[in-house]
Design a protein around this ligand. Structure first.
Ligand SMILES: Nc1ncnc2c1ncn2[C@@H]1O[C@H](COP(=O)(O)OP(=O)(O)OP(=O)(O)O)[C@@H](O)[C@H]1O
Ligand SMILES: [Mg+2]
Length: 408
């Protein structure tokens, strides 16, 4: 196209010259000849201007593509989700996430080999809908395990398809956890409620309620079950409050040694019934942490209660404060119980997870204590770790940052 433009100018000049020659040949007055020449020159000017003002469409497209639109492969590279460009059922381009998920060999291969899943093959071989809307499918198991992916294939104007895989595994796990939580909480409330209703009914029967000893025994059971329900509801409320505040780290200076001493005093009765002493040892250079005193008390109380309940009766429970390095203070709550089998350890901080549910229930447990402890530690920018050796005992460790400037 560019090469044609000078030709057009030469042609226009030639026409202008021809006009002048004709005018002179026909003996036109000099003024008319001059007019013809001027008209010719104006024609040249218009032709020249037209060349500059009307670039070809292809010229515009290629310049825009070079100057402002990065190639599609580069756009894909900037996206974290696995993405592919598919042309004629073959993978034309794939980003890093897609290569990591589907394999490095997929570029250039048949899309059915790249995404080995029947639902994906069916969707990608089907012609796109006339409305141009992306087609969608859910793929289970791609990339191992029971991972869940949402595949969407959007048609591009040139006939290619842009394929995106969004990982839904975490969202589904969260949904499952929520459903499990509601089911577990309802179950935990239902059991004592059923006991309460049963005994209320029995007490309404005058014959059964007549004997004062039986009545007193029933009332004691009802009281225990109602207390259990209250504890569960209190724990649930406290867990949801800690979770709601999880991004607001508390900052009051709290002396953890004092907190441990208070917990020891408040659990004196339980320790006595178990025949155990609560021994506090402080080896930390400083014991002040930024925190919320009540929550830190709840955290240590949950751990020491567990150590007393599941530790060996008659053996001491030790609470050790020490330096963990990196500006962190470590508290270890150590018992000499039977310990916990390794397969249970990662799940102990899940809500309602119990190694031995009937043993936990027999000591009034609801299975929320460690979940609460973990969330309190996280809210305080710390963490909780469980180390246990079967036959030797368990050590639950909490790491919390020292208060800034606390070097006492
Ligand atoms: N020190 C420990 N030694 C052995 N097992 C433990 C210990 N601490 C916790 N566990 C196990 O972990 C489970 C979960 O503990 P968690 O404190 O969350 O709940 P719980 O004690 O059953 O009830 P609660 O909500 O009243 O604390 C317990 O049921 C118990 O099986
Ligand atoms: Mg507990």
């Amino acid at each position: 196209m560019e090469r044609q433009s000078p030709l057009r100018i030469v042609a226009a000049l030639a026409v202008a010259g021809l006009g002048l020659a004709l005018a002179l040949l026909l003996r036109a007055p000099p003024a008319a000849a001059l007019l013809a020449l001027l008209a010719g020159i104006a024609g040249c000017a218009v032709a020249f201007a037209a060349r500059r003002e009307r670039p070809t469409l292809a010229g515009v497209d290629s310049r825009n593509a070079e100057d402002s639109r990065p190639p599609i492969a580069e756009v894909l590279r900037a996206i974290d989700d696995p993405m592919l460009v598919v042309r004629d059922a073959h993978v034309e381009a794939a980003n890093e996430a897609a290569l990591a998920l589907l394999g490095r060999h997929i570029e250039g291969t048949d899309v059915r080999l790249a995404i080995r899943h029947p639902a994906a093959a069916e969707l990608l071989l089907r012609a796109p809908g006339a409305d141009g809307a992306p087609a969608r499918a859910e793929l289970v198991g791609l990339g191992g395990g029971d991972r869940l992916w949402a595949l969407s294939a959007a048609p591009l104007p040139d006939g290619r398809r842009l394929v995106r895989l969004a990982d839904l595994s975490q969202a589904r796990a969260a949904e499952q956890m929520r459903a499990d939580f509601v089911a577990n909480a309802s179950h935990e409330l239902r059991t004592p409620l059923a006991t309460l209703l049963g005994f209320t009914e029995t007490l309404q029967d005058e014959e059964a309620a007549g004997d004062p000893a039986t009545r007193a025994r029933f009332l004691k059971i009802m009281f225990d079950e109602a207390t259990r329900m209250r504890t569960l509801v209190d724990d649930l409320i406290s867990l949801s409050r800690i979770e709601a505040d999880r991004f607001a780290a508390p900052s009051d200076p709290v002396d953890l040694l004092r907190v441990a001493q208070n917990v020891r005093d408040s659990l004196f009765e339980l320790a006595k019934t178990r025949g155990s002493e609560i021994e506090i040892e402080n080896e930390a250079r400083a014991t002040i942490v930024p925190g919320e005193r009540a929550q830190l008390g709840q955290l240590l109380s949950n751990l020491v209660t567990n150590a007393l309940n599941y530790g060996r009766a008659g053996a001491p429970v030790r609470v050790k404060l020490e330096e963990a390095g990196g500006g962190m203070l470590r508290v270890r709550v150590i018992d000499q119980g039977e310990g916990i089998a390794p397969e249970h350890i990662p799940r102990l901080t899940e809500r309602f997870y119990r190694v031995d549910a009937s043993r936990s229930r027999s000591v009034g447990g609801t299975g929320l204590g460690l979940a609460i402890a973990k969330h309190i530690a996280l809210r305080h920018r710390g963490r909780l770790e469980i180390v246990s050796k079967q036959g030797e005992g368990t050590s639950v460790r909490v790491y919390l940052p020292h208060a800034p400037g606390d070097t006492a």
